[in-house]
Write a protein that binds this ligand. Structure first.
Ligand code: GDP
Ligand code: MG
Length: 251
């Protein structure tokens, strides 16, 4: 499963332009009139080999309760809740505004990872705006020009670790997914013997005495070669405890 990246920021900073750039199509309306984007919009974003779900938002505004702006704001909050990482976009030409500071504070409280994106950085005249953005306390900004497709390599570098972390957590699918097999039963019914037969070696101690296996023993094991559906099993010998040497705990 790919990560979800939400694009947030005050109106008119170029969020929808960045969204379109990342999905490679003009899916979202772009305009220099603030408030054009209302619903959150989702698409499949890509930078080189990095694929992710990207969510464009109406932007963060301070809004009166029950107003359209408040409902747009609620959509933005939902996008943030769904996101693995938030891109807070600012307009580097205008520098950091009070609204940017307000929303930087809001995002910091959300505990989501934030990547600060300084947009509209084509041309060196915007460099002072980039310097100012450090004061938001969100780390190094990524200078981009969504309109001109500049700065995407650095954005890639900043998003890559989140995608890698997701990949590391992912459970393998298909026949590569290991089967977790637990062998359970009361003492002395032959759990360890069965495990040893399956594995094909005397891996677990067996014997007439009840309760020989004390721990759950995990064994990686391949059933009949790599093409089998049981790639790996975990004959964890556990039994509901009974008898003089145990006290009702699982062994
Ligand atoms: P949003 O309200 O944050 O979604 O902003 P939009 O994507 O609708 O863009 C607002 C305005 O900024 C439009 O006129 C865009 O053409 C302009 N814009 C967006 N990205 C850039 C950029 O990288 N450079 C410049 N110069 N203008 C941009
Ligand atoms: Mg927009």
């Amino acid at each position: 499963m790919s990560i979800a990246v939400a694009i947030l920021g005050r109106p008119n900073v170029g969020k929808s332009t960045l969204f379109n750039r990342l999905v490679g199509r003009r899916l979202a309306l772009v305009d220099d009139i603030p408030g054009v984007t209302r619903d959150r919009r989702e698409g499949e974003g890509r930078i080189a080999d990095l694929c992710f779900r990207v969510i464009d938002t109406a932007g963060l505004e301070e809004a009166a309760p029950a107003s359209l702006a408040a409902r747009m704001q609620a959509q933005t909050e939902l996008a943030l809740a769904e996101a693995d990482v938030a891109l807070l976009v600012i307009d580097a030409r205008e520098g950091v505004t009070a609204a940017d500071r307000h929303f930087a504070d809001r995002l910091r409280r959300s505990s989501k990872p934030i990547v600060l994106v300084a947009n509209k950085t084509e041309g060196r005249a915007t460099l002072p705006g980039i310097g100012e953005s450090y004061r938001l306390g969100l780390g190094d900004p990524v200078p981009v020009s969504a309109e001109h497709g500049e700065g995407l390599a650095e954005l890639y570098e900043r998003l890559r670790p989140f995608a890698d972390a997701r990949d590391a957590d992912a459970v393998p699918v298909g026949h590569d997914k290991p089967l977790q097999l637990a062998i359970v039963g009361r003492p002395n019914v032959g759990k360890s013997t069965l495990a040893n037969r399956l594995i094909g070696e005397e891996r677990l101690l067996t014997g007439p005495e009840a309760g020989i296996t004390r721990d759950a023993i995990a064994v990686d094991w391949m059933w009949r070669g790599p093409r089998s559906c049981w790639r790996r099993a975990r004959p964890a010998c556990r039994c509901a405890a009974a008898g003089p040497q145990n006290d009702g705990r699982l062994q």
